[in-house]
Design a protein around this ligand. Structure first.
Ligand SMILES: NC(=O)C1=CN([C@@H]2O[C@H](COP(=O)(O)OP(=O)(O)OC[C@H]3O[C@@H](n4cnc5c(N)ncnc54)[C@H](O)[C@@H]3O)[C@@H](O)[C@H]2O)C=CC1
Ligand SMILES: CCCCCC(=O)O
Length: 485
C-alpha cells in the first residue's frame, strides 16, 4: 500500500514529474513513528543536466514577459496553495514531523504569502530616469538568469517559495534542491506553479545530498545561488559560488539573544521565549535560544515558564490537538540529547524537560536550563532543538556586550515596557531580524536574514528584489561627442 506522502516521482523538471531510479535512494522517514513513508532518488548527473539545461532555455522568454504577466501567474499559484492548504499542511507534517496545528498556519500559508507578495511587486520592477542637463541616463532592472535554490529541512514549503517567488518575479528561472531530509513539499510547489500557468522549465525541483547541491552551485550556467542551511555549509557554498563570480544569498544559522528586562510583562516574555525556543520543536534558525533575564524578574519568569512549558501537548503531529512534535530525524534527536547532557555536565540548572520523551518517534521534551554561563556549550553552539538556555544579567551595558559576543547575528529580541530602552538596546544588537515585545514574526513584507556568520543578503520584502535582479544604466548623449583629439 503506497503511503499518501509518496510523490509521483522524485523530481519535477520541465513541467512534469520525472523519475530516475538510477540515483541513490533517499528514504523518507516520518519523525512521529520512525516508519519509512516514501522513497525518492537523488538526482543523477543526467537529471542535474536536464534541470539546468531546461531552466537555462526557458528563462529568456520568461524575462521578456511583462512583470504584470509574470505576477499574474504567481498570484494564481498563491490562490491554489491556499485552496489546497490542508493537503499541503498534512504533507509538511509528514515531511518534517511538525504538528498540523503549526503547519496549517505557518508553512504553505507563508509560501502563498510570498507568491502573492512578489506577484504583486513584479509589475513595478522599473528603472529610473536621471536627467543630465541635455543628456540623460535611464536604468533597467534586469533578471540575473538561472538561479539555484538550496533548502534546509525545517520549513521545506516556505523555503521553496521564499526563494522561488522573488526569483520568478524578477524574470529568472530556478532549479531548487530541497534538503534530502525533507524532499516532499517542494515538489508540490513546482506542481502548483505549473498548474497556475508557469511555463515549463522555469521552476524545477531535483533531489539529492550535498554533492548534488555542489554540482548545481558550480555549474557555469548558474548566475545566482540562494542557500538556507548551516554556517559550515554556507561557507562551502559561498566559496564555490564566489569561484564562479555568482550572486549569493546566505540564510544560515544562529544563536540569537532574547533579552528580558525587570519591567517586562512576564506573561508576554514567557510567550516570546516559548515562541523563540519551542515552535517547530525548536528547529528554527532565528530562535532566541540565549534568554538573558534581568535578575529581578528571573525566578518569577522561570516559574511561569515551567508552568506553561508543562502544558505542551506532545503527541501525533497529525492530530490538531498536538502542540509539540518530534525532531525531524533520529540523528537530530541524538544531537539535541547530546547537548542536553552537555548542559547537565557543565553545571546548568535543569528547570524542566531534559530527556527523550517516553513515546514512539523522535520526541525530545521541551527543555529549559537556568544559571547558564556564557562559556557553556549550550550558550555558544546552535542546538537546533527545544533547548532554552536562560542566563541572568544585571545591567543594560553588560547584557548588550554579552548578547553580541557570538559569531552569529541572525536575530535578537527585547522585552521591556520602556520603549526608549527597547529601541536603544535593539539598535546596538548585532542581528538582522529583530523583535521588540515579540519573537519570530516573519511576515513576507519584512526583510529576513542575518549579519556576521548568520548570512548575506535578505529574503522577503522589497530587499529580495535586489538579490534576484541587477541594474543596467544607460547614458544617452543628445549632442555631439567632445573628445581630446
Ligand atoms: N537563516 C535561515 O533562514 C535558516 C537557517 N537554517 C539553518 O540550517 C541548518 C539546519 O538545516 P540543515 O538542512 O541541516 O543544513 P545543512 O547545512 O546540513 O544543509 C542545508 C542544505 O545544503 C545542502 N548542502 C550540503 N552541503 C552542500 C554543498 N557542499 N554544496 C551545496 N549544497 C550543500 C544540503 O543538501 C541541504 O539541502 C541550521 O544551521 C539552521 O540554523 C535553517 C532554516 C532557516
Ligand atoms: C520565524 C520563522 C522563519 C523561518 C526561518 C527558518 O526557516 O527557520
Amino acid at each position: 500500500m503506497t503511503h499518501p506522502a509518496q510523490p509521483k516521482a522524485s523530481h519535477f523538471i520541465n513541467g512534469a514529474y520525472v523519475e530516475d531510479t538510477a540515483g541513490t535512494p533517499i528514504p523518507v522517514i516520518y519523525a512521529a513513528t520512525g516508519e519509512q513513508i516514501a522513497t525518492v532518488y537523488a538526482a543523477t548527473p543526467a537529471i542535474v543536466e536536464q534541470a539546468l539545461s531546461t531552466a537555462k532555455a526557458a528563462q529568456k522568454a520568461w524575462a521578456k514577459m511583462t512583470g504584470t504577466e509574470r505576477g499574474r501567474i504567481l498570484r494564481r499559484a498563491a490562490d491554489i496553495m491556499r485552496e489546497r492548504n490542508h493537503e499541503l499542511s498534512v504533507l509538511e507534517t509528514y515531511d518534517t514531523g511538525k504538528p498540523l496545528q503549526e503547519t496549517l498556519v505557518a508553512d504553505a500559508t507563508s509560501g502563498a504569502d510570498a507568491l502573492e507578495y512578489f506577484g504583486g511587486l513584479a509589475g513595478s520592477l522599473t528603472g529610473e530616469h536621471i536627467p543630465m542637463g541635455e543628456d540623460w541616463v535611464y536604468t533597467v532592472r534586469e533578471a540575473l538568469g538561472l538561479c539555484v535554490g538550496i533548502g534546509a529541512w525545517n520549513y521545506p514549503t516556505q523555503i521553496a517559495c521564499w526563494k522561488g517567488a522573488p526569483a520568478l518575479a524578477c524574470g529568472n528561472s530556478m532549479v531548487f534542491k530541497p534538503s534530502e531530509t525533507t524532499p516532499l513539499c517542494a515538489l508540490k510547489v513546482a506542481e502548483i506553479l505549473h498548474e497556475a500557468g508557469l511555463p515549463a522549465g522555469l521552476y524545477n525541483v531535483i533531489q539529492g545530498m550535498g554533492e548534488v547541491g555542489a554540482a548545481l552551485v558550480t555549474d557555469p550556467r548558474v548566475d545566482k545561488v540562494s542557500l538556507t542551511g548551516s554556517v559550515p555549509t554556507g561557507k562551502k557554498v559561498y566559496a564555490a559560488a564566489a569561484a564562479g563570480m555568482k550572486h549569493v544569498t546566505m540564510e544560515l544559522g544562529g544563536k540569537s539573544p532574547l533579552i528580558i528586562f525587570d519591567d517586562a510583562d512576564v506573561e508576554n516574555a514567557v510567550g516570546g521565549a516559548i515562541n523563540g525556543n519551542f515552535y517547530s520543536s525548536g528547529q528554527v534558525c532565528s530562535n532566541g535560544t540565549r534568554v538573558f533575564v534581568q535578575k529581578g524578574i528571573k525566578e518569577k519568569f522561570l516559574a511561569r515558564l515551567a508552568e506553561r512549558t508543562g502544558a505542551a501537548v506532545l503527541g501525533d503531529p497529525q492530530d490538531e490537538a498536538t502542540s509539540f512534535g518530534p525532531m525531524v530525524t533520529e540523528n537530530q534527536m541524538n544531537i539535541v540529547l547530546g547537548y542536553i547532557e552537555k548542559g547537565k555536565e557543565e553545571g546548568a540548572r535543569l528547570i524542566c524537560g531534559g530527556k527523550r520523551a517516553d513515546m514512539p518517534g523522535f520526541f525530545v521534551e521541551p527543555t529549559v536550563f537556568a544559571d547558564v554561563t556564557d562559556d557553556m556549550t549550550i550558550a555558544r553552539e546552535e542546538i537546533f532543538g527545544p533547548v532554552m538556555s536562560v542566563l541572568d544579567f544585571d545591567t543594560e551595558e553588560e547584557v548588550i556586550a554579552r548578547a553580541n559576543d557570538t559569531e552569529f547575528g541572525l536575530s535578537a529580541g527585547v522585552f521591556t515596557n520602556d520603549f526608549s530602552r527597547a529601541h536603544r538596546v535593539i539598535g546596538q544588537l548585532e542581528a538582522g531580524s529583530c523583535f521588540i515585545n515579540s519573537y519570530n514574526d516573519a511576515p513576507v513584507e519584512a526583510p529576513f536574514g542575518g549579519v556576521k556568520a548568520s548570512g548575506v543578503g535578505r529574503e522577503n520584502s522589497k530587499e529580495a528584489i535586489k538579490h534576484f535582479s541587477q541594474v543596467k544604466s544607460v547614458y544617452v548623449r543628445m549632442g555631439d561627442v567632445e573628445a581630446a583629439f
